[in-house]
Design a protein around this ligand. Sequence first.
Ligand code: PMP
Length: 372
Amino acid sequence: MINPASRTKSIELSLIRKMFEVTNPDAINLGIGEPDFDVPENIRNAMKESLDENDTHYTPNKGYIELREEISKKFKKDNGIDADPDNIIVTVGASEGLFMCAQAFIEKGDEILLPNPSFLSYEACIKLADGTIVPVDCKMENEFKLKAEDVEEKITDKTKAIMLNSPSNPTGAVMEKEDVKAIADLSMDKDFLIISDEIYEKIIYDKKHYSPAKYSDNVITLNGFSKTYAMTGLRIGYLTANEEFTENLLKIHQYNIACASTTAQRGAYEALSGPQGEVEKMVSEFQRRRDLIVSRLNGMGYETVNAEGAFYVFPKIEDEDFVMKAAKAGVITVPGIAFGSNGKGHVRMSYANSYENIEKAMDILEERVVNG
Ligand code: PMP
């Protein structure tokens, strides 16, 4: 009998993936966490060109220098972060970045502050690194925004790191500047690491995004191309941190994957250096859908925060059978509990689906689940 390692046994396969397996293929999918848009044409062409040039060999471990220079400019312009290209690593999605942070910095005995609810992978990565999770509540009364005072309460001498994710999956909450800054200040005063997952940075409505790395040196900033440029399947992301952190992260990256895909790196270069019109169009379409889904759900009596970012809403729905009833009626959603204990009594709905499909899905819920 060959047993998996106990760390592997300590985690479960994703509940979201399981939901897709059990429900009917014709259902409208509001469970999905990826843009329904295509990769913009200029990016597709750059990747085709790279293949035609036989640019298919290993790149430097940290990624092509031209790409890292573009990422460095992006950090300066959008985030106010001075990131030397030497302190940037191009990753296989933000997912690899996350795993790398956990493997490089977390060990047994370390306490990791984790917003509750939050993205599923955080818990799994922390557990696989033997860390201890200390949940920090994101309360509906605060529109699910993580507050610095709630973080401060949970800090002990074992606190090693905090996970931040603004805009948030699963709630769409965008943190306020004063909380980002206060948590950044705490990370310096109390000497802990901030792992800041900023993958939804650009999908934000009438609100500004703030990066903690602008205010603290104890930050690893993660980002990627999956959401902003609809490049999920190309598996490409990046991170930056100070020199010492980067060197340790590189050890994990180097022995795990060597380098991110050449083709995807060429596409990523075009994404950052080319025109940004497609991103703007996509974000304004997301905002139109957000307005629709929030008003329809509130109209059905499901209290829903007017989320300021990402492409998720997190309505309060106390009926424990809602997700199953909705799936049977033809709408896939995800139970909030999948994202932590505070997700109980909520359902995550993604509006990365067409306006027409969202309208149809809301009609189905209204006719067959609420009044059914
Ligand atoms: N962080 C968050 C909050 C996410 O929602 C996702 C994707 N669902 C990721 C990271 C992973 O993104 P990538 O495709 O870049 O690995």
